[in-house]
Write a protein of this length. Structure first.
Length: 293
Protein backbone atom coordinates (compact mmCIF):
# COMPACT_ATOMS: atom_id res chain seq x y z
CA UNK A 1 0.00 0.00 0.00
CA UNK A 2 1.24 3.46 -0.91
CA UNK A 3 1.22 6.06 1.86
CA UNK A 4 0.85 9.73 1.04
CA UNK A 5 1.95 12.40 3.50
CA UNK A 6 1.26 16.11 3.58
CA UNK A 7 2.92 18.37 6.16
CA UNK A 8 2.62 22.11 6.71
CA UNK A 9 4.30 24.89 8.63
CA UNK A 10 3.04 28.38 9.36
CA UNK A 11 5.10 31.56 9.64
CA UNK A 12 5.70 33.83 11.42
CA UNK A 13 5.27 32.73 15.00
CA UNK A 14 2.14 34.40 16.37
CA UNK A 15 2.02 36.47 19.57
CA UNK A 16 0.17 34.46 22.20
CA UNK A 17 -2.14 37.34 23.18
CA UNK A 18 -3.61 37.40 19.65
CA UNK A 19 -4.87 33.80 19.82
CA UNK A 20 -8.31 33.23 21.31
CA UNK A 21 -9.86 30.01 22.56
CA UNK A 22 -11.94 29.90 19.36
CA UNK A 23 -8.73 30.12 17.30
CA UNK A 24 -7.36 27.15 19.23
CA UNK A 25 -10.53 25.16 18.44
CA UNK A 26 -9.97 25.84 14.73
CA UNK A 27 -6.32 24.77 14.97
CA UNK A 28 -7.31 21.57 16.75
CA UNK A 29 -9.94 20.84 14.08
CA UNK A 30 -7.19 20.89 11.43
CA UNK A 31 -4.70 18.94 13.60
CA UNK A 32 -2.44 21.99 13.84
CA UNK A 33 0.07 21.72 16.67
CA UNK A 34 0.97 24.74 18.82
CA UNK A 35 4.49 24.94 20.28
CA UNK A 36 5.85 27.80 22.42
CA UNK A 37 8.36 30.03 20.66
CA UNK A 38 9.97 32.09 23.39
CA UNK A 39 7.91 33.60 26.18
CA UNK A 40 5.19 35.33 24.19
CA UNK A 41 4.80 33.60 20.82
CA UNK A 42 3.67 30.24 19.42
CA UNK A 43 4.80 28.29 16.37
CA UNK A 44 2.14 26.46 14.33
CA UNK A 45 2.65 23.33 12.24
CA UNK A 46 0.78 20.25 11.06
CA UNK A 47 2.63 16.94 10.85
CA UNK A 48 -0.31 15.42 8.97
CA UNK A 49 -2.04 18.25 7.13
CA UNK A 50 -5.70 17.82 6.26
CA UNK A 51 -7.76 20.08 4.02
CA UNK A 52 -10.94 19.85 6.09
CA UNK A 53 -11.87 19.86 9.75
CA UNK A 54 -14.81 19.58 12.11
CA UNK A 55 -15.71 21.86 14.99
CA UNK A 56 -17.46 19.57 17.49
CA UNK A 57 -20.73 20.78 18.96
CA UNK A 58 -22.48 19.71 22.13
CA UNK A 59 -24.25 17.04 20.05
CA UNK A 60 -22.90 15.34 16.90
CA UNK A 61 -25.70 16.96 14.89
CA UNK A 62 -24.31 20.36 15.91
CA UNK A 63 -20.84 19.64 14.46
CA UNK A 64 -19.65 22.26 11.98
CA UNK A 65 -17.68 21.16 8.91
CA UNK A 66 -14.77 23.43 8.04
CA UNK A 67 -12.80 23.92 4.83
CA UNK A 68 -9.36 25.44 4.31
CA UNK A 69 -11.08 28.72 3.42
CA UNK A 70 -12.60 28.82 6.91
CA UNK A 71 -9.14 28.39 8.41
CA UNK A 72 -7.70 31.15 6.22
CA UNK A 73 -10.59 33.43 7.26
CA UNK A 74 -9.62 32.71 10.86
CA UNK A 75 -6.00 33.72 10.15
CA UNK A 76 -7.27 36.92 8.53
CA UNK A 77 -9.18 37.67 11.72
CA UNK A 78 -5.97 37.22 13.72
CA UNK A 79 -4.13 39.62 11.40
CA UNK A 80 -7.00 42.10 11.64
CA UNK A 81 -7.12 42.08 15.42
CA UNK A 82 -3.32 42.47 15.64
CA UNK A 83 -3.68 46.17 14.68
CA UNK A 84 -0.50 46.17 12.62
CA UNK A 85 1.51 43.72 14.71
CA UNK A 86 1.06 41.09 11.98
CA UNK A 87 0.88 41.96 8.29
CA UNK A 88 0.80 38.44 6.87
CA UNK A 89 0.72 34.73 7.70
CA UNK A 90 1.98 32.06 5.30
CA UNK A 91 1.58 28.32 5.04
CA UNK A 92 4.08 26.11 3.24
CA UNK A 93 3.14 22.50 2.54
CA UNK A 94 5.01 19.49 1.22
CA UNK A 95 3.51 16.38 -0.37
CA UNK A 96 5.50 13.16 -0.26
CA UNK A 97 4.96 9.47 -0.79
CA UNK A 98 6.27 6.15 0.53
CA UNK A 99 6.95 5.04 -3.05
CA UNK A 100 8.61 6.95 -5.88
CA UNK A 101 5.36 7.76 -7.69
CA UNK A 102 5.33 10.69 -10.08
CA UNK A 103 2.05 11.94 -8.63
CA UNK A 104 3.18 11.64 -5.01
CA UNK A 105 5.46 14.65 -4.63
CA UNK A 106 5.03 18.40 -4.70
CA UNK A 107 4.42 21.41 -2.59
CA UNK A 108 2.31 24.50 -2.22
CA UNK A 109 2.23 27.85 -0.47
CA UNK A 110 -0.55 30.08 0.78
CA UNK A 111 0.06 33.76 1.56
CA UNK A 112 -2.59 35.39 3.75
CA UNK A 113 -3.08 39.11 4.33
CA UNK A 114 -5.95 40.97 5.92
CA UNK A 115 -7.84 41.26 2.63
CA UNK A 116 -6.40 38.58 0.34
CA UNK A 117 -5.43 34.90 0.20
CA UNK A 118 -3.04 33.79 -2.56
CA UNK A 119 -2.19 30.19 -3.46
CA UNK A 120 0.48 28.63 -5.64
CA UNK A 121 1.68 25.06 -6.14
CA UNK A 122 4.80 23.51 -7.61
CA UNK A 123 2.63 21.47 -9.99
CA UNK A 124 0.87 24.48 -11.51
CA UNK A 125 4.17 26.40 -11.74
CA UNK A 126 5.87 23.51 -13.54
CA UNK A 127 2.90 23.05 -15.88
CA UNK A 128 3.18 26.71 -16.86
CA UNK A 129 6.91 26.42 -17.49
CA UNK A 130 6.37 23.27 -19.61
CA UNK A 131 3.70 25.04 -21.64
CA UNK A 132 6.03 27.98 -22.27
CA UNK A 133 8.93 25.73 -23.31
CA UNK A 134 6.79 23.69 -25.70
CA UNK A 135 4.77 26.54 -27.28
CA UNK A 136 6.90 29.65 -26.79
CA UNK A 137 3.83 31.33 -25.30
CA UNK A 138 5.17 33.38 -22.39
CA UNK A 139 2.11 34.10 -20.29
CA UNK A 140 1.54 36.88 -17.73
CA UNK A 141 2.25 34.37 -14.92
CA UNK A 142 5.93 34.36 -15.91
CA UNK A 143 6.51 37.88 -14.63
CA UNK A 144 3.55 39.98 -13.56
CA UNK A 145 5.50 42.95 -12.23
CA UNK A 146 4.41 45.00 -15.24
CA UNK A 147 0.67 44.39 -14.78
CA UNK A 148 -0.09 47.48 -12.62
CA UNK A 149 1.44 49.70 -15.28
CA UNK A 150 -0.42 47.89 -18.07
CA UNK A 151 -3.72 48.34 -16.23
CA UNK A 152 -3.02 52.04 -15.82
CA UNK A 153 -2.26 52.40 -19.54
CA UNK A 154 -5.36 50.41 -20.44
CA UNK A 155 -7.57 52.61 -18.28
CA UNK A 156 -6.12 55.76 -19.86
CA UNK A 157 -6.74 54.42 -23.39
CA UNK A 158 -10.32 53.32 -22.79
CA UNK A 159 -11.69 56.07 -20.52
CA UNK A 160 -12.76 59.49 -21.80
CA UNK A 161 -12.62 62.81 -19.95
CA UNK A 162 -16.11 62.26 -18.53
CA UNK A 163 -15.08 58.91 -17.01
CA UNK A 164 -17.00 56.76 -19.54
CA UNK A 165 -15.40 53.39 -20.35
CA UNK A 166 -15.45 51.84 -23.82
CA UNK A 167 -17.46 48.63 -24.03
CA UNK A 168 -15.80 45.58 -25.54
CA UNK A 169 -17.65 45.65 -28.87
CA UNK A 170 -16.77 49.30 -29.48
CA UNK A 171 -13.14 48.64 -28.65
CA UNK A 172 -13.05 45.61 -30.95
CA UNK A 173 -14.63 47.63 -33.78
CA UNK A 174 -12.26 50.57 -33.30
CA UNK A 175 -9.28 48.21 -33.35
CA UNK A 176 -10.08 47.45 -37.00
CA UNK A 177 -9.78 51.10 -38.09
CA UNK A 178 -6.73 52.29 -40.01
CA UNK A 179 -6.86 55.73 -38.38
CA UNK A 180 -4.46 56.86 -35.64
CA UNK A 181 -7.22 56.28 -33.07
CA UNK A 182 -7.59 52.76 -34.45
CA UNK A 183 -3.92 52.14 -33.72
CA UNK A 184 -4.47 53.16 -30.09
CA UNK A 185 -7.52 50.91 -29.95
CA UNK A 186 -5.43 47.98 -31.19
CA UNK A 187 -2.89 48.63 -28.43
CA UNK A 188 -5.71 48.72 -25.85
CA UNK A 189 -7.15 45.50 -27.28
CA UNK A 190 -3.81 43.71 -26.94
CA UNK A 191 -3.49 44.91 -23.36
CA UNK A 192 -7.03 43.71 -22.69
CA UNK A 193 -6.10 40.23 -23.92
CA UNK A 194 -3.17 40.14 -21.49
CA UNK A 195 -4.69 41.55 -18.32
CA UNK A 196 -8.33 40.53 -18.84
CA UNK A 197 -9.73 43.87 -17.72
CA UNK A 198 -12.69 43.36 -15.40
CA UNK A 199 -14.19 46.75 -16.22
CA UNK A 200 -14.61 45.87 -19.88
CA UNK A 201 -15.76 42.34 -19.28
CA UNK A 202 -18.51 43.43 -16.94
CA UNK A 203 -19.93 45.82 -19.53
CA UNK A 204 -20.23 43.07 -22.13
CA UNK A 205 -20.88 40.10 -19.86
CA UNK A 206 -18.34 37.48 -18.75
CA UNK A 207 -15.67 36.46 -21.25
CA UNK A 208 -13.63 33.30 -21.75
CA UNK A 209 -9.99 33.71 -20.82
CA UNK A 210 -8.91 31.17 -23.42
CA UNK A 211 -10.56 32.58 -26.57
CA UNK A 212 -12.28 35.78 -25.35
CA UNK A 213 -15.69 34.45 -26.41
CA UNK A 214 -18.86 35.30 -24.50
CA UNK A 215 -19.66 32.90 -21.67
CA UNK A 216 -23.14 31.45 -21.33
CA UNK A 217 -24.79 30.60 -18.00
CA UNK A 218 -25.70 26.91 -18.39
CA UNK A 219 -26.96 26.00 -14.93
CA UNK A 220 -26.83 26.66 -11.21
CA UNK A 221 -26.02 24.17 -8.46
CA UNK A 222 -24.92 23.89 -4.85
CA UNK A 223 -21.71 22.16 -3.74
CA UNK A 224 -20.75 21.83 -0.06
CA UNK A 225 -23.35 24.44 0.88
CA UNK A 226 -22.12 27.04 -1.65
CA UNK A 227 -24.52 28.18 -4.39
CA UNK A 228 -22.77 28.41 -7.77
CA UNK A 229 -23.35 29.57 -11.32
CA UNK A 230 -21.82 27.34 -14.03
CA UNK A 231 -20.77 29.02 -17.28
CA UNK A 232 -19.51 27.55 -20.55
CA UNK A 233 -17.83 29.11 -23.55
CA UNK A 234 -19.65 27.96 -26.74
CA UNK A 235 -16.51 28.70 -28.76
CA UNK A 236 -13.97 26.48 -26.98
CA UNK A 237 -16.18 24.69 -24.39
CA UNK A 238 -14.14 25.89 -21.42
CA UNK A 239 -16.09 25.82 -18.15
CA UNK A 240 -16.22 28.52 -15.48
CA UNK A 241 -17.69 28.88 -11.99
CA UNK A 242 -18.97 31.83 -9.99
CA UNK A 243 -19.41 31.01 -6.30
CA UNK A 244 -22.24 33.15 -4.96
CA UNK A 245 -20.57 33.92 -1.65
CA UNK A 246 -20.70 37.69 -2.13
CA UNK A 247 -22.31 40.21 -4.46
CA UNK A 248 -19.24 40.77 -6.64
CA UNK A 249 -17.68 37.31 -6.60
CA UNK A 250 -15.43 36.59 -9.61
CA UNK A 251 -15.93 34.06 -12.38
CA UNK A 252 -13.08 31.53 -12.30
CA UNK A 253 -11.94 28.77 -14.65
CA UNK A 254 -13.29 25.33 -13.75
CA UNK A 255 -11.99 21.76 -14.11
CA UNK A 256 -13.55 18.40 -13.35
CA UNK A 257 -12.48 16.62 -10.15
CA UNK A 258 -11.33 13.06 -10.93
CA UNK A 259 -12.59 11.95 -7.51
CA UNK A 260 -16.26 12.97 -7.56
CA UNK A 261 -16.78 14.30 -11.10
CA UNK A 262 -17.93 17.74 -9.93
CA UNK A 263 -16.74 20.93 -11.58
CA UNK A 264 -14.38 22.75 -9.20
CA UNK A 265 -12.38 25.98 -9.37
CA UNK A 266 -9.01 25.23 -11.01
CA UNK A 267 -7.00 27.54 -8.73
CA UNK A 268 -8.19 25.51 -5.71
CA UNK A 269 -7.47 22.13 -7.32
CA UNK A 270 -4.30 20.04 -7.54
CA UNK A 271 -2.94 18.03 -10.43
CA UNK A 272 -3.66 14.39 -9.61
CA UNK A 273 -1.88 12.89 -12.61
CA UNK A 274 -0.80 13.83 -16.13
CA UNK A 275 -1.47 11.89 -19.31
CA UNK A 276 0.16 13.17 -22.48
CA UNK A 277 -0.54 16.94 -22.46
CA UNK A 278 -3.72 16.65 -20.40
CA UNK A 279 -3.71 17.37 -16.67
CA UNK A 280 -6.25 15.62 -14.45
CA UNK A 281 -7.25 17.53 -11.33
CA UNK A 282 -8.50 16.60 -7.89
CA UNK A 283 -10.22 18.95 -5.48
CA UNK A 284 -10.03 19.44 -1.75
CA UNK A 285 -13.34 17.57 -1.66
CA UNK A 286 -11.59 14.28 -2.53
CA UNK A 287 -7.87 14.83 -1.90
CA UNK A 288 -7.48 13.08 1.45
CA UNK A 289 -10.13 10.44 0.78
CA UNK A 290 -8.78 9.48 -2.64
CA UNK A 291 -5.08 9.40 -1.87
CA UNK A 292 -5.26 7.70 1.51
CA UNK A 293 -7.63 4.95 0.40
Amino acid sequence: MTDYLSQSIFQPSIPTHLITDEDRRFFEAFSISIDPDGDDKVYLYAEDWCTAGVLPGENPKDDIELSEDDLYDRFQEIIRRSNGELFWILKESSYSCSRMRSDGYGGSAVFITVDDVQFCSTSSWLEQRKHEAETGDISPETDDSYLPLLKEVFQALTTDDAGNILDIETLRRCAGDTTPSGKLARIAWKIHRVIGSNSIKEQDGPHCRACDGNLELTRTDTLFGIDREIYQCPECEENYIRELTEADSPIERAVKCVGCGNLIIQSNARIFYQSDDLAHFIGECCWDERLRA
